[in-house]
Design a protein around this ligand. Structure first.
Ligand code: NZQ
Ligand code: ZN
Length: 386
């Protein structure tokens, strides 16, 4: 196992009828900016419960955060914070709202220049406003991690930053609120969480059996419970299991002492930036191609994953790996996620653009052992063309 440090201060409050505890987590007399998306919180009862429980607080509302949240919108929230002297942020919604809130928290106190530098130059975040979360969509793990991914409308760039300063102080995980998710978003959440685990597990062996088994147990739970929330997002029991799996998939625990890859995400973000394809769908496209192209480099972990998660035990190594990749792709398809670029109307010109972007950024190679060069990225995407 590799060396590691693990720190996660987020208080998680999970389940039904928990929002009466909200006031005990937000300092009295705070001026709260409640940040939300396109309006789902008005339909699933969360808004009403929140207003009821925070009636003694001064709350300013900021709605309209987009899926794949925009830098431009976030900067409008920063202006409201400065004008109204806001001192606490409350994110209510899915990963996009949480990510935007993290960026807003950092940008509001950023004095070293243009806040875009936090994303484009990875300028260090020295301080941030405190924030809390009400999670209504299991997927990203943003409710319990330090990451945020923002899109700049003007340039179609999608970039990430991470800072311990934007750890939420608390996160209410609300599986009942997630009951109003459309099937498509429920399925997206299952696949995003699945691939978060894969990015931290399916690399190369470093003799970390506990981490491997944590990862495999999350994958197995997603395989078992995912179809249930896809069939019926209001299945509270199944949604609870998916929500906790998604949080555990990306809160830092399973990455302790093991290499991470994250190339599926890096390539996927470009597909979202250029074509606005849902985040999880971009990952479902990229992963089968990446494994096919790198099946020798990832052989040991692919065989282990195939055996332990899909019970693939027979045939030559090559046959087992092919079967494992096919099983994974079929799992995504069974949740309604298509895995070919042509399914989304994306052609070879986009592949050229993505390769060009990686080259221009000077990213020579990505992935767990820096094996994924722009040439490999082209091969991966070409494999998924039709
Ligand atoms: O905007 P509203 O009206 O709230 O509707 C949202 C949105 O349209 C809707 N929704 C959320 N909860 C709902 C609901 N609809 C009905 N009932 C509910 N209970 O779902 C739609 C999608 O929401 P969004 O927040 O965009 O989805 P998700 O949680 O999948 O977040 C995706 C974003 O997170 C980033 C992605 O790149 C993408 O921008 N990621 C963040 C990560 C992190 N911070 O660690 C890691 C991930 O890999 C990912 O990159
Ligand atoms: Zn993701």
């Amino acid at each position: 196992m590799d060396n590691f440090e693990f720190f996660n201060p987020v208080k998680v409050i999970f389940g039904k009828d928990q929002l009466s505890k909200l006031p005990s987590h937000i300092p009295a007399k705070s001026k709260v900016l409640m940040i939300y998306g396109g309006g789902s919180i008005f339909k699933n009862g969360v808004y009403t419960q929140l207003k009821e429980n925070l009636k003694n607080y001064h709350i300013v509302e900021f709605g309209g955060v987009e899926p794949n949240p925009r830098y431009e919108t976030a900067m409008k929230a920063v202006a409201v914070i400065k004008a109204q002297k806001i001192d606490f942020l409350l994110a209510v919604g899915g990963g996009s709202v949480i990510d935007a809130t993290k960026f807003i928290a950092a940008a509001a106190l950023f004095e070293e220049g243009d806040p875009w530098d936090i994303l484009s130059k990875q300028s260090p975040v020295k301080s941030a406003l405190p924030l809390g979360v009400l999670l209504t969509l299991p997927a990203t793990g943003s409710e319990m991690n330090t990451n945020s991914v923002m899109t700049r409308e003007e340039t179609h760039e999608k970039l990430a930053f991470a800072s311990t300063k934007v750890f939420p102080q608390f996160s209410f995980l609300l599986p009942d609120a997630a009951g109003s998710l459309p099937q498509r978003q429920a399925a997206n959440g299952v696949v995003d969480a699945f691939i978060h685990v894969i990015e931290q597990y399916l690399t190369y062996p470093v003799n970390a059996p506990l981490q491997d088994r944590f990862a495999e147990s999350i994958l197995q739970t997603l395989v078992e419970e995912g179809p249930k929330v896809y069939a019926n997002p209001a299945d509270y029991e199944a949604m609870s299991n998916i929500m906790w799996s998604a949080t555990m998939a990306l809160n830092g625990l399973i990455s302790c002492g093991v290499p991470g890859d994250w190339s599926v995400h890096s390539i996927g973000h470009e597909l979202t930036a250029l074509h606005e394809i849902d985040h999880a769908r971009t990952l479902a496209i990229v992963l089968p191609g990446l494994w096919t192209v790198l099946k020798n480099e990832k052989k040991e972990k692919l065989l282990q994953y195939g055996q332990r998660v899909w019970n693939v035990t027979e045939g030559t190594d090559d046959e087992r790996i092919t079967k494992t990749i096919n099983q994974t792709e079929s799992f995504f398809n069974s949740l309604g996620l298509k895995t070919k670029l042509s399914d989304y109307g994306v052609g070879v010109e986009t592949i050229d653009k993505i390769v060009d972007r990686f080259e221009k950024r000077g990213w020579k190679a990505i992935g767990d052992r820096q094996l994924i060069t722009p040439t490999v990225i082209r091969a991966v995407l070409m494999h998924q063309l039709k």
